[in-house]
Design a protein around this ligand. Structure first.
Ligand code: NAD
Length: 495
């Protein structure tokens, strides 16, 4: 059963970049769904702010269209008037972060911050605008020490730029006011990973190198770089996915139990994991770049990575697979294999925890040996499966087979799971509630860059060129070799 909806407190949320892609596809639909769920108090106000000269009515039309473009409005509006009542909360102000116009109107609209109303500024704009926005906010007396800001990735391009960004934010806001969003952390299953580990007796005693053979984290996408080509070609999979999303998943899998589920206790433990990561050996990492699909291979896209970004010599990777080691008491000797890529055969985000074989088989060699596997699926079809070994039914002696103990959330929780908040809904309500547990702290981000930077510097100094792989495949063959050298195979991309 999905729990009862508890309304959040009164708030004003200003979305800088309110006409942008992220606002239209994620932020506004997330707020709309919470509105429909009855979680937003009547007095909550949402103000879009961006450069375009739009009237309030124009902006409401834009928001309506954004809701309709998603798949949420028609069904959710069955009770009637939900979209209209949501739009009634919405205002719009044309503001340029770097110009004076518009700010006075925003100040009049918001008034001085008060203790009974949470004030949130969502910086859904490029990081170059964070400093001007913060300066304008303080220059116009729009914030106090309870005001919160939400910032989106990328949190820097490397350690130096991440430090500079953190310094910029810190010169205007306390760390307790800064919410760095990684939407992976808002996913139901990611939080369930913590519930499974720390809410059950069953797993935690086995959750270490004595019992866990290895762990795989796969985040596979079928989409290519498409509309993000110019940003992505300067970034690549290592910066765009591994440094943040995969790193965060790794942290939640590997961290020690925090003393309590509170923001700093959790983030302290995650930070320790990142700091314990060993540098990655060059032969433990594979970079790939998607090429056209081989004829008949299933990929139906008509552009290679290089064609999409318009650079026939681009050496940016759209795929990374690597073997990482965590040098601490719990994990010494257990490798963590991470991989992520675009234009792969299936969209699949999955964590696989491979347990070791039982130390001795009493059934003899003919019965077969099977190790337990815990699979945590983030998408699609969020759920958790534990593969256990049983006897193959029927006569013919003792033969062992694997069967899944399956908990598909959709099955276990029935229709309620459809109404469970998605990642952005959960994270935005957490901001309003003032709960930073699922947001990255500045020092975590810096530690992740400190691990990532030497890997990228090594590629640059060696003139490394990513291996081409077919669109619609499972990635470059070298990634399979990485596993085979360790007598292992990847699991987790099922077409
Ligand atoms: P976008 O280009 O679609 O929109 C940018 C928005 O910023 C527009 O509303 C624009 O009017 C506004 N803007 C630009 N210059 C401005 C200025 N000087 N003053 C005021 N407003 C200004 O970008 P987006 O895709 O919505 O991304 C916004 C941020 O979120 C970026 O930092 C991006 O990296 C990050 N992000 C986006 C996505 C995504 O899926 N789109 C995912 C993760 C992170």
């Amino acid at each position: 059963m999905v729990s009862r909806v508890i309304p959040v407190q009164a708030f004003d949320l200003v979305i800088f970049g309110g006409t942008g892609d992220l606002a239209q596809r994620k932020i506004l639909p997330a707020l709309y769904r919470r509105h429909c769920a009855g979680q937003l108090p009547d007095t909550a106000r949402i103000i879009g702010a961006a450069r375009a000269e739009l009237s309030r009515r124009d902006y409401q039309s834009l928001v309506r269209a954004a809701l309709q473009a998603g798949d949420i409005s028609a069904g959710k509006d069955a009770a009637g008037g939900q979209v209209d009542s949501f739009l009634a909360r919405i205002n719009y102000l044309a503001i340029d972060a770097t110009e004076a116009e518009g700010w006075q109107t925003l100040a009049q609209t918001l008034g001085r911050p008060t203790a009974d109303r949470v004030r949130v500024f969502y910086f859904s704009v490029g990081p170059a605008l964070f400093a001007p926005l913060a300066e304008q906010i303080w220059a116009h007396d729009l914030a106090d020490d309870q005001t919160r800001i939400v910032v989106e990735k990328p949190f820097g391009h490397d350690l130096a730029s991440a430090k500079a960004l953190n310094r910029t934010l810190a010169s205007h806001f306390d760390e307790s006011q800064i919410y760095r969003i990684d939407h992976y952390l808002g996913k139901e299953t990611v939080q369930n990973l913590m519930a499974i580990r720390f809410g059950n007796m069953l797993f935690e005693p086995l959750w270490n190198s004595q019992y866990v053979d290895h762990i795989q984290v796969t985040v596979a996408e079928t989409v290519g770089v498409e509309g993000r080509a110019s940003y992505y070609d300067k970034s690549g999979a290592m910066r765009d996915m591994v440094q943040n999303h995969l790193m965060q998943l790794l942290c939640l899998i590997a961290m020690e139990p925090p003393a309590k589920f509170d923001p700093d206790a959790v983030r302290d433990e995650k930070l320790k994991v990142i700091r314990a990561l060993e540098p990655v050996e060059p032969h433990h990492i594979v970079r790939g770049q998607y090429a056209l699909a081989q004829e008949g291979a299933g990929g139906d896209e008509d552009q290679s990575y290089r064609e999409t970004v318009g650079d026939p010599r681009s050496s940016t990777e759209s795929y990374v697979a690597l073997k990482a080691h965590i040098s601490n008491w719990r994990w010494a000797g257990t490798p963590f294999y991470l991989r992520t890529g675009k234009r792969l055969v299936a969209r699949s985000s999955v964590i696989n925890v491979f347990f070791k074989d039982a130390p001795h088989s009493i059934f003899g060699a003919d019965a077969g040996r099977h190790a337990n596997l815990l699979t945590i699926r983030l998408q699609p079809d969020e759920g958790i499966t534990l593969k256990v070994t049983i006897k193959e039914p029927g006569p013919g002696g003792m033969r062992l087979i694997d069967v899944p103990l399956d908990m598909s959330f959709a099955q276990a929780l029935g229709a309620d799971i459809d109404d469970a908040p998605d990642a952005y809904e959960r994270l935005i309500t957490d901001v309003i509630r003032g709960n930073q547990t699922l947001f990255m702290r500045g020092d975590e981000v810096e530690a992740a860059w400190a691990w990532t930077d030497p890997i990228i510097a090594g590629w640059t100094s060696r003139g490394d060129v990513p291996k081409p792989y077919d669109s619609g495949s499972t990635g470059p063959g070298d990634a399979d070799l990485l596993m085979r050298r360790d007598q292992r195979d990847w699991q987790g991309i099922n077409p």
